[in-house]
Design a binder for this molecule. Sequence first.
Ligand SMILES: Cc1cc2nc3c(=O)[nH]c(=O)nc-3n(C[C@H](O)[C@H](O)[C@H](O)COP(=O)(O)O)c2cc1C
Length: 209
Amino acid sequence: MKKACLVLLMIAAFLLFASARAQVSSAAEELIPSNTAKTSAEGTLPLSETQKILVAYFSRTGHSREIADQIHKSVGGDVFEIQVVEPYPEDYEAVKKRAMQEQTSGYKPALKTRINNIGSYDLVFLGYPIWWGTIPAPIRTFLSEYDFSGKTIVPFCTHQGSGLGRSVADISRLCPRSALLDGIAIWGRDAITAQDKISDWVRDIKVAK
Ligand SMILES: Cc1cc2nc3c(=O)[nH]c(=O)nc-3n(C[C@H](O)[C@H](O)[C@H](O)COP(=O)(O)O)c2cc1C
C-alpha cells in the first residue's frame, strides 16, 4: 500500500514538472513574434520610397537654395523655387526695411510662380532664410495659397544666429492640419559644406535610408 502511494506521488510530481515546463516554453514562444516584428519594423521603407516629395524654397542670396539642392540630392522628388513678383532689393538696409514692414503688417507679397499639382505631394520640405526671427513674407504667401491639410511639412532654414527662431511655430499656425517633422537650421556661411549634415538629418527623420 505504502509502495502504491509512493508511485502515485512520483507520477503527480512528474506531471506537475512537465506542465510547468510547457508553460515556460509557451511563454518563450510568445516572445518570438514580437522580436520578428521589431526586425521587420527596422526594415520599414524610408518615407522617400512611399511618399511623393516636393522641395519648395525661397532664397534671396542663395544659401537656402544651396540647402534645397542638397536635400534634393539626398531624397529626390521635385524642386520648386518660390519667387516674388516684385524682387527684394540687393541693398541690405533696403531689404531689411521692406522685410520689417511686411512682417509688422502681415503683408503677403504676390508670387511669380505657381504649382499646379500640389495635391499630389505628401511630404513638403519647406526652405527659407530666417528674417526677423521667423519665416519671410513670401513663405507666408506660399502657405496661404495652397491647402497643406494632411501633408507633412519639413522645415529647413539658413540664418545668421537665430536658428529656426519662431518659424516652426508660425508654420504650424498657418497650417494647423499638417504634420511637422523636425526641421534643420544651417548657418548661411556653412550652407555650401552642409551636405553631410543634411544626409544625416534626412536619415534621422526617416525620409532616407
Ligand atoms: C531682412 C533680413 C532679416 C534677417 N533676419 C535674421 C534674423 O532675424 N536672424 C538671423 O539669424 N538671420 C537673419 N538674417 C540673415 C539671413 O537669414 C541669412 O543671411 C540667410 O542665410 C540668407 O539666406 P538666403 O541666401 O537663402 O537668402 C536676415 C537677413 C535679412 C536680409
